[in-house]
Design a protein around this ligand. Sequence first.
Ligand code: UAG
Ligand code: ATP
Length: 572
Amino acid sequence: MPVNNPPAPLRPAHPHGATLAQLADLVGVPAAALNGQAGAVRVGGVSLDSRTILPGDLYLALPGAKAHGAQFAAAAIAAGAAAILTDDAGARLLGGAPGVPVLTVADPRAVTGAVAAAVYARPDGARALELFAVTGTNGKTTTTYFLNSLLQALGRATGLIGTIEILAGGQAVPSKLTTPESTDVHGLLALMAEKGLDAASMEVSSHALAFGRVDAVEFSVAGFTNLTQDHLDLHGGMEGYYSTKAALFTPAHTRHAVITVDDAWGRRMAAEASVPTTTLATAQPQPEGAPATDSLGTPADALADWQVRSVRRDGVGSRFGLHGPRGAVLTVRTGLPGDFNVANAALALLMVATELLAQAAAASSAVGQGDEARQVVLDRLQHVLDTADPFTIEVPGRMQLVGTAPVAVVDFAHNPDALERALDAVRPEAEGAKLIAVFGATGERDATKRPIMGAVVARGADVVIITDDDPHDEDPAAIRADVLAGAREANDREGLGRVVEESGDRAAAITRAVELAGPEDVILVAGRGHEVYQEVMGVNISLDDRVELRTALAARGFPLTNASTIESSTDD
Ligand SMILES: CC(=O)N[C@H]1[C@@H](OP(=O)(O)OP(=O)(O)OC[C@H]2O[C@@H](n3ccc(=O)[nH]c3=O)[C@H](O)[C@@H]2O)O[C@H](CO)[C@@H](O)[C@@H]1O[C@H](C)C(=O)N[C@@H](C)C(=O)N[C@H](CCC(=O)O)C(=O)O
Ligand SMILES: Nc1ncnc2c1ncn2[C@@H]1O[C@H](COP(=O)(O)OP(=O)(O)OP(=O)(O)O)[C@@H](O)[C@H]1O
């Protein structure tokens, strides 16, 4: 997702704010360091981007990979910044008399979350929202949408923060980052509380954890989906990626953890979590009755507190049972295709169940009615699952059905595991029917996954059309060459006999896929999901896979769905 012009920050209309003296105390700066009356200056907001400073804000001038925030201090002051917090290097860049008070700390990013939390805290210090966090390589967006839908079905007034959009009580704002900077996160949560919301679901990316974007945010329940290769450019390797994610499952961030233990990373996460943890196994026993195992051969199902069992196809979606301790069973349905959406639905349900069961246990322990209270929670959840069908929703660009014959799907899969699962989920059942995949890799992100993804598409699809994604500042032809090399190598070495084509223009690649399709075939356009711009050399070019696919299908007279989130998402 291109990040060119930061949007106006979403924050409360009536922030309580904090004085510089209070903030100096919080970050360990001696009061004597504040000259004259500076300690009495009250800041009403906080931002680490000069372009989103509002009058009276504290500007956090942080060192970055490309620049030092102090280089933008003049712009921040011109926008009305009342004070600056920075490091020694920033203070030197500011020179002697910037014109506003300056607080200097060794590592400003390390205190950013706490400062933002203090500025946006409610005067009574109360925690306003029940917060649910989802992390993992894949499934964060879908699981947060499922959480949001289930919480609403339970009567909660909800907010959502994630890759696609931010929902803050009647306002839907397209997202720039999966997890915004902590200054924006705290502003958003305060805005949600001001609007009377009482619960929110949030995606927490590994970048967010690495850059302290959820510092001083207290989650009720944090959920883990899975860990497979991605973002190795940031983390250096899987071990670094794992330990960054593991930081979420500590008392610094959450009160409870719900961890999917289908693979060895999940089991390690559950073993190392330092908060009360509930485990979930979603991998299906194969064959019937045998325990599910991971690549190390360990039975996941046998270790988990809750298990997904008896998955059955139901239309394009699935039905399953979620089995828990003491004979608990919840019967669940999701209308979204793929076993991974069974896992996402089970995780969302168990996160909410964990919170409700913890509340019920706390309320009933005094009167010794734990079992009854537990059953009331489970019955309520089952009632809502049966009546509201909360996991049958449209998640923009996630397994989104655009056409029916051929089945034509747009999906966000852009790493090896997601791609393999997405291809598997849409494989046509009719004999002789083809799966046609359109795919391309992003520039300036983990280049090692490109040939791997090329091979995955060649193995999973009958016809492969390799195209561009967001090249950013890289040469798109070179990115395609990396992906094509993986696809052709797998095709030749494994004798797959696939048709592999190249088409740099993504809209043309989608049209080509439709040209090659018959009504019995399936088209999967993977990698960009809900995105409506392609970023090429700093320029945003309008491109929406769903619109292109629909136009190409319509031109050939193929039947379309009436997916409702296509049009609206092109408005931003
Ligand atoms: C690697 C990374 O995450 N970098 C983030 C980081 O950049 P940086 O610290 O290097 O910033 P910089 O560009 O050197 O600028 C230094 C400072 O000057 C400030 N500045 C800069 C320009 C200006 O005019 N005024 C101004 O105040 C910046 O806000 C920054 O604080 O701080 C910036 C300010 O908030 C972020 O915009 C930037 O996100 C970049 C753009 C980004 O694309 N991040 C992606 C990779 C990311 O975080 N993705 C994950 C999800 C990944 C996934 O799961 O697929 C996400 O959570 O979205
Ligand atoms: N639980 C899952 N396991 C593996 N793949 C999944 C899972 N859920 C979804 N996917 C696949 O991954 C893609 C991305 O899903 P989703 O957007 O929900 O995850 P995400 O973690 O938010 O991804 P990102 O961080 O890249 O935005 C989907 O389009 C689908 O192909």
